[in-house]
Design a protein around this ligand. Sequence first.
Ligand code: AMP
Length: 232
Amino acid sequence: MNLIFLGPPGAGKGTQARLLQARRGIPQISTGDILREAIARGSELGRKAKEYVERGNLVPDEVMVEIIAERLAQPDAQEGFVLDGFPRTVAQARSLEELLARQGRRITAVIYFHLPEEKIVQRLSGRLICTRCGAIYHVDHHPPRQLGRCDICGGPLYQRDDDRPEVVRRRLQVYRQETEPLVEFYKERGLLFLVDASQGVEALHQTILRIAGASPEGQEGQAETREARADR
Ligand code: AMP
């Protein structure tokens, strides 16, 4: 199962990708996480990416394609993966298609997380991340049991620098300009499935499993979701 999670920042892609990894063992490949780790380590990639990430701009395509090629070559990504935050431009999507084709692989489904704009801003402004394990919380909708501490590993929680309102505005603008055209790109290829990202975490997880054909009702789920997509 080779999946892409597409949608605006704050739509829940990371939460759902982490859940798929935890429950089904499908590796989550988050380019945002890879970049944040590189920045924290101060590696060459981190130094290259820092300014773009801080300002809410996209890191150049050639850098991103190299990262993803390397990551997809690793042993754990051979049996399936979930791409979370990649591709973000049509050029990245084309490079990915070529890269996978050379290896005799292809994308199975692209899941588009649909969320109204006011909800996006609300979610991002209250989002908290665990410094240690990367778990995602929200001050109102998914608060940790203990203030400022991760439920899973006990690590301290922090707010991402780029979740500040002025950077969020830029990220949304970039999303609309650069990433939204991918909806058409994947629709043309018959790969796009729309999901309502405002539903609860568990309900959305079940929907995603149906689309991915990872549950017994897989085929039925696919038909339903394709119709939902076509009606939009
Ligand atoms: P994310 O965690 O997916 O919201 O990504 C955080 C930031 O990392 C983005 O705002 C970009 O600056 C950068 N980034 C992540 N993935 C990509 C990508 N595929 N292409 C370009 N920049 C990216």
